[in-house]
Write a protein that binds this ligand. Structure first.
Ligand SMILES: Cc1cc2nc3c(=O)[nH]c(=O)nc-3n(C[C@H](O)[C@H](O)[C@H](O)COP(=O)(O)OP(=O)(O)OC[C@H]3O[C@@H](n4cnc5c(N)ncnc54)[C@H](O)[C@@H]3O)c2cc1C
Length: 399
């Protein structure tokens, strides 16, 4: 009989792990605290590792990507609000695929019920409240969040894929404070109803000053998403009082038309993500037959630009490791972690540097950032012009 795994969380990491486990011959059950599947979400740039994981999981054909034509234009705004073409998120090496988080989750969702494969059971409004190792397996007390009813189930493996503030981590590995590092920064991400007036539909726009920045991410076939991100020495205070008023006060004095538009739209937005930024550092991602994956285990955070990519990869490789060591779960978990950890640690470190690109820490960093991106933008334009001259007449080339 197939071994049973409980996967906690229906995000990118949870669905990837569930598909990976099924391909390894396991029988996974996914529980999700929310009453139904979330959609939409903010801009995500999926890097080659993530795209390879999507192929491995058999979901690449379902993944809808939205890269602007010709690679898109990214405008940098200076302190006076003047624009100049620069380098955007999509222009980094690896040519990220532009998606929203919901595009990846929709592709994975199709993968859960793929034709010809066992449909993976998903239970909404369900969360674990106790997890303990017993008799060579894991005993889990599950709660139905609608009725409050609880019951026990036994599994051969529990996968905690329940995000930054993971309950599986808290229940099995200890309190959040032990693993969650504060980055003294905030984000507010949301869907814009349309492009900032005066810009092309697919353009990206960046207005980054010392300690605060506004980003608009353009897509080929939908309205852009916006990201406000700022640094603060007092994170708890950011959650007190009205959030839009808080944002207006943080961005006061940054009076360019892009910031003004984004602030007006956040006020009208039906929903937005407003949260503090953290990173999760753990000495080990598994104990016994409980393993964490994705943000629950290593949350790289948005500045790394690798969270979704590594969640996909982590889930896919977990399945591979269990397939390679079918009779020894602990050996499989150790092999999985050994293979993955070096690149995760590297991305965790690099995220600090990338944060300077998203939101510079001071005036000096702002100036350096601006020069680097403008030079990079000019080099890119020269390369594109060269390619255009070299290309045979009538042929096109996406950047
Ligand atoms: C603004 C922003 C921009 C980003 N941009 C990028 C990018 O460009 N590139 C990139 O690679 N990454 C990016 N990321 C990061 C990426 O989105 C995340 O790393 C990734 O989505 C994490 O997936 P996850 O499945 O680990 O966690 P989550 O997405 O947090 O999913 C966890 C799931 O578990 C559920 N859950 C939570 N608690 C419980 C519980 N107790 N019981 C049951 N279910 C539970 C939640 O409801 C949720 O469905 C960005 C993040 C943000 C915020």
């Amino acid at each position: 009989m197939a071994r049973r795994a409980l996967v906690v969380g229906l995000g990118i990491a949870g669905m990837s792990a569930a598909i990976g486990l099924r391909e390894a011959g396991w029988s996974p059950v996914v529980v999700e605290r929310a009453p139904d599947r979330r959609q939409g979400g903010y801009f995500v740039g999926l890097l080659p590792d993530g795209r390879r994981a999507a192929v491995d999981l058999g979901i690449a054909e379902h993944l809808h990507t939205r890269n602007p034509a010709g690679g898109g234009t990214a405008w940098e705004l200076d302190r006076r609000g003047n624009r100049a073409p620069g380098l955007g998120f999509l222009h980094q090496p690896g040519r990220p695929a532009a998606v929203v988080r919901g595009d990846i989750e929709a592709a994975l969702w199709q993968g859960l019920g793929q034709e010809g494969r066992a449909r993976i059971e998903v239970r909404f409004a369900t969360t674990p409240v106790e997890i303990s190792h017993e008799d060579g397996g894991v005993r889990v007390l599950l709660r139905d969040t609608r009725t409050g009813q609880e019951h026990h189930e036994e599994y051969d493996l529990v996968v905690g894929a329940d995000g930054l503030r993971s309950d599986v981590r808290r229940l099995v590995f200890g309190p959040h404070a032990r693993y969650v590092r504060d980055w003294d920064a905030m984000i507010c991400a949301f869907q814009l109803p349309g492009q900032v007036p005066g810009y092309g539909d697919q353009d990206s726009i960046i207005s980054a000053r010392a300690g605060r920045a506004a980003w608009v991410f353009g897509f080929a076939d939908r309205a852009p998403t916006a990201l406000l991100t700022y640094r603060t020495a007092n994170v708890p205070e950011q959650f007190a009082g009205d959030r839009v008023e808080r944002l207006r006060s943080v961005y006061s004095g940054m009076d360019d038309p892009v910031v003004r538009y984004v602030l007006d739209e956040v006020e009208r937005a039906p929903e937005y993500l407003f949260d503090s930024v953290h990173q999760v550092r753990m000495p080990r991602w598994s104990t016994g037959r409980v393993v964490l994956v994705g943000d629950a285990a290593w949350c790289l955070n948005l500045y790394s630009g690798m969270g979704a990519t590594s969640a996909l990869r982590g889930g896919a490789e977990l399945g591979r490791a269990l397939r390679d060591a079918p009779d020894d779960v602990r050996a499989a978990l150790t092999a999985w972690e050994s293979a993955l950890r070096p690149s995760i640690v590297r991305h965790q470190r690099v995220a600090r540097l990338k944060q300077q690109m998203f939101v510079p820490s001071g005036r000096w960093a702002e100036a350096v950032r601006s020069v680097v991106l403008r030079l990079g933008g000019a080099a890119r334009r020269r390369r594109l012009a060269r390619d255009l001259v070299a290309a045979p007449a009538g042929s096109g080339r996406a950047s």
